[in-house]
Design a protein around this ligand. Sequence first.
Ligand code: SF4
Length: 500
Amino acid sequence: MVKARKLSPLPVFDEASVRTFLEERGIKQLHARQLWKVIIKNRPKTLQEADGLAKLEMGKQLPTGMVAELAEHFVLTTSRVVEKHVSGDGTVKLLVELQDSQRVEAVIIRHEGRNTLCVSSQIGCQMGCSFCATGTMGIKGNLLGGEILEQLYHASGVAPIRNIVFMGMGEPLQNYDAVMDAVRGMTDVKRFRLSHHQVTISTVGIVHAIKRMTADFPQLNLALSLHAPSQALRQQIVPSAKAFPIEKLLAVCLEHTRVSKKPLFVEYVLLKGVNDRPEHAQELGQLLVGASVIVNLIPYNPTDVAMDFETPEDDDVDAFYTVLAHDYKLLTTVRVHHGREIGGACGQLALTQPGKGESAGPKGAPAVNDIEDLMGGGGRRGAKKGERPWGKNRGGGGAAGRKVARAALGGGKLSHEKGAIGGVPSQVGKGQDRGDKEGKAEDQDGRGVSRRGMPAHVSCGQATWILSLAGASVAMAAGLVLLRLGLTVWVVQERHGSKR
Ligand code: SF4
């Protein structure tokens, strides 16, 4: 049982608390939504200032005394950004200090016009995944829905956010009510105005919670951190898997994809000698063949936290990919790690201890907050011919990378040692363009985040999938067509910091 945290004052973005407050006073919920809208649009310094702005904006006042009384129990934000780190590839890591001095991270993965925010849902995590640094912290508490939304509020002050991935610290489905409260705030047209399609829940796999999510929020994207092709091996890597047989877990995930009409994103951290052998690739291929999935292979990152795992050899990653993509015709991506200087690598993002700061490279990261990214685009770096996009040649970035990302999204050609991406799903490219246009229009609306449009390629910390979330269905369909034609689709990813 996770110890309950009591905050005082409470976050005004916390829907559950505000709802109770208003109900007790017989005030309509509508007025809270009006207030939130004013706050998000104008970013006032105090609730009192928001009250005045509400009158100006709406031409009438909120119920007399509502905000004054609210201000006795609530504040605009209970957390604050105590450190901001920007990596060479533009990734921004926000170290957020909570009211009780505990810290979590939120990571902005920047793309041209399509920024993605990776949020934390818990302080620490109790799932204990063996390769994950956050897992070593144990669980220190659940975040309130309002605290999760505050991460978005803080991030929106840095850059307009178009996509959200719950891949920061914690297992979001273990804090279901708060996470879904936050999702409601993210997708409320009076608040952050994102589409459900722009929000991704990443889970290590809690069967009953996935079922609940499918019933409550069928439109959300789902990512499953699988990490092993069999129950026996999975239990070694992901201890919490003991409670959920892999077949049952996959069944509920695929039911979500059936309802959501979007593919399941399967994440697989490659651990040298543990789950990266050819037989594991075969087993994974057999497990997933024919299913509506996109597999994201994530070569393990070394961390500051003592662990026995090693990064797989590039050739082994290559071979693993080949089995999935070629033998089993699964749309497969390989994540490239970037921006380690801000401690944002997959599963090993550094959670800076107060006063310690962070230094360059994984060795320099003083502590760890894992934030995993899911899918995204706008890769900072693409593979040149003869390079592996994910391996020895990793690094670089900038315009060249973005060009490659665009190419992979349908706008051009990309080639490297595995083959070529030529004319990759034109639908995806079109979809992305459509999303850009929508995003631009929405940005002009001054909300800081877009309401609709194609989700950007999301990543946390430093990894990015080139496939967009919203465009994933289209990408999947188009990718499968290409695969049928015998083409090799390499999707270059880059890493901005991630957890699983
Ligand atoms: S990988 Fe995710 S679920 Fe596993 S311990 Fe880390 S944060 Fe928790």
